[in-house]
Design a protein around this ligand. Structure first.
Ligand code: PEP
Ligand code: MN
Length: 337
């Protein structure tokens, strides 16, 4: 249920409404927009049936949220959510690019890659320390050592970092080291993990599951948001279809569909979507044109010898020329990059 507060309501009136909702056993989410304050009462709404919130002082109107996802829906908040990552604004007019290797390998390679992508205009560095590999015999990542390398490279370059969390038991560790916690496609419906990161005070980058519908994607987002953490970046990274010429099928239509349904920023990862480095540039350009708020791109200085996903990694010089194209496309649609 959405409770729209009158423009001239006092804080005491707002507090009173909040207390009333809580006393009915519902969770309260407050959204303070430029124009209006809106209170979301989330939970078993039958408790509200016999409680006429409309007549409470300070309340303008009460409306049901019709979508199954509540806090993340446009109905709850019509203004775009802008997430601050160490001064980088995500979800605003600027298109942000996250770049870096699939996995953290050596300190030197990571630093070299970070310096190069930063020079080309990337604003956030990626690098996996715990890797969700299909085979238990493949490189699994450096673990905490990898997080330490990321933190070192952040100190050297000033680039904030994003890395994938796979196990709820590592949440505290991640909060110490990273600026954005990534939840990978394979864990999009790991509800314990989603609930856990819903309680932290770090932005979350949630990737779409390999076979998830947009509704399922948004319901997973709601798992995080319902716990209080609404700093969530959604990331379309390709879905499984009958097509085998690409690793996955990039669902570009998900971008405008998600932007119509949610106030949260939407990113595209063309690297995991295609699995082929030469398809990364055209689909990155398309993603910016279709309205993505940002991109996540794998970049490696020596893809042939990469420990993971070399075949889809761009070399730094290719990434640099792609960034120039993206800047022109962003400008054409009234955005910056
Ligand atoms: C990744 O970004 O490192 C990754 C494993 O991606 P996904 O979860 O989309 O497969
Ligand atoms: Mn990868």
């Amino acid at each position: 249920m959405i409770i729209v507060i009158k423009k001239d309501a006092t804080q005491a009136e707002v507090d009173h409404v909040v207390e009333k909702i809580k006393s009915l056993g519902l969770a309260v989410h407050i959204s303070k927009g430029k124009e209006r304050t809106i209170i979301g009462a989330i939970g078993d709404e039958s408790a509200l049936a016999s409680t006429p919130l409309e007549i409470m002082p300070g309340v303008e109107k009460v409306m049901p949220i019709l979508k199954p996802y509540k806090v993340v829906s446009k109905e709850f908040r019509s203004e775009a959510t802008v997430i601050d990552v160490e001064g980088r604004k995500i979800g605003g007019a600027e298109v942000q690019v996250i770049a870096g290797p699939c996995s953290v390998e050596t300190k030197e390679l990571l630093l070299d890659c970070a310096r190069k992508v930063k020079k080309s205009g990337a604003r956030i560095l990626r690098g996996g320390a715990y890797k969700p590999r299909t085979s238990p015999y493949s490189f699994q990542g450096l673990g905490e050592e990898g997080l330490k390398y990321l933190a070192y490279v952040k100190r050297e370059t000033g680039l904030p970092i994003v890395s994938e969390l796979m196990d709820p038991r590592d949440t505290e560790l991640f909060c110490e080291y990273v600026d954005v916690i990534q939840i990978g496609a394979r864990n999009m419906q790991n509800f314990r993990l989603l609930t856990e990161v819903g309680r932290v005070k770090k932005p979350i980058l949630l990737k779409r599951g390999l076979a998830a519908t947009i509704k399922e994607f948004l319901m997973s987002t709601e798992y995080i948001a319902s716990q209080g953490n609404t700093d969530i970046i959604l990331c379309e990274r390709g879905i499984r279809t009958f097509e085998t010429s690409t690793r996955n099928t990039l669902d570009l239509s998900a971008v405008p569909v998600l932007k119509a349904e949610t106030h949260l920023p939407v990113f595209v990862d063309p690297s995991h979507a295609t699995g082929k480095w030469d398809l990364v540039a055209p689909l990155s350009r398309a993603a910016v044109a279709v309205g993505a708020d940002g991109l996540m791109i794998e970049v490696h200085s020596d893809p042939e010898n990469a420990l993971c996903d070399g075949e889809q990694s761009l070399k730094p010089d290719k990434f640099d020329s792609l960034m120039k194209d993206l800047r022109a496309i962003a400008a054409a649609i009234g955005r910056t990059l």
